[in-house]
Design a protein around this ligand. Structure first.
Ligand code: SF4
Length: 334
C-alpha cells in the first residue's frame, strides 16, 4: 500500500540489465516520494540510472534486457508494476506523461502536430474527432504556438517549438505527474530558458507534480522543491532544495557543485570531479564513489555505507556520517 497523498512512491526499487556476458545493476534499492504539486529533481551524471528509474514509473523498462528485480512503484496510490496492459495504457497519459530530451524521438514526422496532440486526447477522453481537434488547437496556443499552425508537420518547426509541441501532447490529458527527462538539453540557451519557464508555469496552473531529471543544478534551483542526487544506481543524498544547496553533505554532491560555474562568484575556480563514472558492469566495492573521493577512509572500499537521516528532510549514504550529523565538508560552498 502507499500513502495516496503521494503522487509517486517508489519503494526499494532495483533494476538490472543483462547481456550474454554481463549484468548491470542500473538502479539499486532506490526510494523516491513526490507529493501533490511538488517537483523533485533527480540529479547525477550520465549513466547514474536516472532515466531507467523514470521508465519504471511507466512500466517501460526495456525487456528482456532490463528487469525489475525488486521493489514497488505506486502512482497516485496504484501499483504500476502489477497493472494489466489495458490499465497501463490508460495510466500513461492520463496519470503520468514523459517529455524526453530530443523532441524528435516523441514526434511522428509524417503526422501533423494537430493530429498528434488530438490522438492522445481521443485515447484518454470521450471527445469526438472534431472536439479533440478544437482542444488540440487550444493546447498548441497554450504552449505559445499560433493555433493556425496545427496542420503543419514537425519538420516545419524549430527545435524549441518542437519541444513545445511535445509539452502540449504531454499535458493534453492533465496528468498527475509529468516526468521531464533533460527536457532542455538539446536546445540553445535562450530557448532553454523559455521552455523551462513554460513547463514551470503550466505545472503550477495544472497543479501537477513533476520529476525533473537533469544534470544541471541551475535548472534544479529554478524549478525543484526537493533534490535526490544519484550515483551509480543509488540515491546517495536527498534533501529539500535548501538542504542540498545550503548544507550539502555528501562528497559527490559537493563535487557536483564545485564543478559547475557559479554566477555569483566568477573568480572561483572550477574543480571537475576527478576520475570518471565507474564501469557499471564492474562497480567498485563498498561505496562506489570511493576511487574518486577525497574524503575516502579505509572502510569506504569495503563496506556499502548505510543510509542515515540527518533531519526529517535530509538523507545521506556516506561513512563520514556514521556517528555524527555534523557537516564534515567544512561548511557550505555557496
Ligand atoms: Fe567518500 Fe567514503 Fe563517503 Fe563514499 S562513503 S563518499 S568514499 S567518504
Amino acid at each position: 500500500m502507499s500513502d495516496s497523498l503521494n503522487i509517486l512512491d517508489i519503494k526499494n526499487l532495483t533494476i538490472e540489465y543483462s547481456s550474454d556476458d554481463d549484468v548491470v545493476k542500473a538502479v539499486n534499492n532506490v526510494n523516491i516520494v513526490i507529493s501533490k504539486g511538488k517537483t523533485l529533481g533527480l540529479v547525477g551524471e550520465t549513466g547514474a540510472g536516472k532515466t531507467t528509474t523514470a521508465l519504471s514509473i511507466l512500466n517501460l523498462v526495456p525487456e528482456p534486457q532490463g528487469k525489475i528485480i525488486s521493489g514497488e512503484v505506486f502512482l497516485a496510490g496504484e501499483d504500476v508494476l502489477s497493472m494489466k496492459e489495458k490499465r497501463l495504457l490508460e495510466v500513461r497519459g492520463d496519470k503520468v506523461a514523459m517529455i524526453f530530451q530530443d523532441p524528435m524521438t516523441s514526434l511522428n514526422p509524417i503526422k501533423t502536430v494537430g493530429e498528434q496532440i488530438a490522438e492522445g486526447i481521443r485515447i484518454h477522453s470521450k471527445l469526438n474527432k472534431k472536439d479533440a481537434a478544437v482542444k488540440a488547437r487550444e493546447m498548441l496556443e497554450l504552449v505559445g504556438i499560433p493555433g493556425d499552425r496545427i496542420l503543419e508537420y514537425p519538420h516545419q518547426f524549430s527545435g524549441g517549438m518542437k519541444q513545445r509541441v511535445v509539452i502540449a501532447i504531454a499535458l493534453a490529458c492533465k496528468p498527475d505527474l509529468l516526468i521531464a527527462d533533460e527536457p532542455t538539453t538539446a536546445l540553445d540557451v535562450t530557448i532553454q530558458a523559455q521552455v523551462l519557464k513554460l513547463i514551470n508555469e503550466l505545472k503550477q496552473s495544472y497543479d501537477m507534480s513533476m520529476l525533473m531529471i537533469t544534470h544541471d543544478l541551475g535548472i534544479v534551483a529554478e524549478v525543484c522543491d526537493e533534490v535526490s542526487i544519484m550515483y551509480a544506481g543509488r540515491i546517495i543524498e536527498h534533501g529539500s532544495l535548501e538542504d542540498i544547496f545550503d548544507n550539502k553533505m555528501h562528497p559527490y554532491t559537493k563535487g557536483l557543485f564545485d564543478s559547475l560555474p557559479n554566477i555569483e562568484d566568477r573568480r572561483s575556480e572550477l574543480k571537475p570531479i576527478k576520475g570518471l563514472m565507474p564501469d557499471p558492469t564492474n562497480l567498485p566495492s563498498g561505496c562506489a564513489f570511493h576511487p574518486r573521493c577525497d574524503y575516502a577512509r579505509p572502510e569506504c572500499s569495503v563496506e556499502q555505507p548505510k543510509g542515515k537521516k540527518i533531519s526529517d528532510s535530509h538523507y545521506i549514504e556516506c561513512h563520514l556520517y556514521n556517528e555524527t550529523t555534523e557537516n564534515k565538508l567544512g561548511g557550505t560552498n555557496e
